[in-house]
Design a binder for this molecule. Structure first.
Ligand SMILES: *Cc1c(COP(=O)(O)O)cnc(C)c1O
Length: 345
């Protein structure tokens, strides 16, 4: 599919690497019935550009280009107190000479702290212009419109980026990723049997699915929910994938059966730890030396491990795990990840 007619800024100078994970795959297999498990590979979208990158970098290449084309001088977006999306949006704003304001949704009551570490520290380090904190469940669109009005009252022009950067334009970032992956599989002679990724605001899952469908890539995608079970998540992903195909002018209806998400690994709540997440983070760190984050990729990898143990994958199936980033948040969860863990030395 031709993305060249959409304005795009480039924040990463290379295709993110695809790496084998033999020690991790062996550790997963050892915990599976019969000692046989999938062959797990990783695509390092945690190495994307901006401060430090993650999946939002790809979406922002198209969103920020649009903001610049519209003559905006201020980016306005929203997220949780440890939002990776807010941090990467701010990094893009700084790089482009724009100002940036956030609406922070306190999804867990009392979780916003002025002196917090992790992403919050980076908000302050990179000089966010203003943060408006609202209670969980607030109307984020209305709150961002209010901030945009405040910016306009100063004689400036705001550009609103939705939560997670997940609209049709942002989803193009993962169409580009699908095409990058297709090229890499060709060059490496390494076809994948399945892709496992995180499914939240759904730009990643929906964008990748649109990219696969539009490019006739027949690899099933499993989205592990980070905040919703399938009955709530799959309609979001379907809508996102369709919006992306429509924006691209591809005359295709997203087949509902192509949308697969898995629940049960994000509980008790978005951004709150669980033991399977802690196990997954420790396991990958100690077999491959690759850190995961506690809010997204730790739970997504817990899902991959859990599905392997349930026999969901075929023996020796080649799986690509998409590492979507999020690493600064790990420092806000150090106690959960190492405290009380067994075999800690
Ligand atoms: C935002 C985010 C996700 C989820 O991606 P969506 O496009 O919102 O579904 C996954 N991993 C990390 C690290 C994120 O920051």
């Amino acid at each position: 599919m031709d993305l060249s007619r959409f304005p795009r800024r480039r924040y990463t100078a290379f295709a993110t690497p695809i790496e084998p994970m033999p020690r991790f795959s062996a550790a997963v297999a050892a915990s599976c019935p019969g000692g046989v498990g999938p062959e797990v590979w990783i695509k390092r979208d945690d190495m994307l550009g901006l401060f430090p990158g993650g999946n939002k970098t790809r979406k922002l290449e198209f969103l920020v280009a649009d903001a610049l084309e519209q003559g905006a001088d201020t980016l306005v977006t929203c997220g949780a107190p440890q939002s990776n999306h807010c941090r990467i949006t701010l990094a893009a704003a700084v790089k482009e000479g724009l100002k940036c304001r956030f609406v922070i949704e306190e999804r867990v009551p009392g979780s916003f702290h002025e002196d917090a570490t992790g992403n919050h520290f980076m908000f302050r380090l990179m000089g966010v212009e203003a943060m408006t904190v609202v209670p969980g469940g607030s109307n984020m669109v209305a709150a961002m419109n209010q901030v945009a009005d405040d910016v306009a009252a100063l004689g400036r022009k705001a550009y609103i980026i939705p939560g997670g950067g997940s609209n049709a334009l942002g989803g193009l970032g993962y169409v580009a990723c699908a095409q990058e992956l297709q090229q890499q599989m060709l060059e490496l002679g390494l076809p994948m049997d399945r892709v496992v990724l995180g499914s939240g605001s759904s730009g990643t899952h929906g964008g990748m699915l649109a990219g696969f469908l539009g490019n006739h890539i027949q690899i099933p995608i499993v989205g592990i929910g980070v905040s919703r079970d399938p009955q709530d998540q799959e309609p979001l992903v379907l809508r996102e994938a369709q919006a992306v195909l429509d924006l691209l002018g591809v005359p295709m209806t997203v087949p509902p059966e192509s949308v697969l998400s898995v629940g049960g690994y994000w509980q008790p709540k978005y951004s709150i730890s669980n033991p399977a997440m802690v196990e997954a983070i420790q396991m990958l760190a100690r077999t491959e030396g690759i850190p995961l984050d506690p809010v997204y990729t730790g739970k997504v990898m817990a899902g991959l491990i859990g599905l392997a143990r349930k026999g969901f994958f075929k023996p020796n199936e080649r799986i690509l795990f998409l590492h979507t980033g999020g690493l600064p948040a790990i420092h806000a969860y150090e106690r959960e990840i190492l405290g009380g863990a067994e075999a800690l030395t």
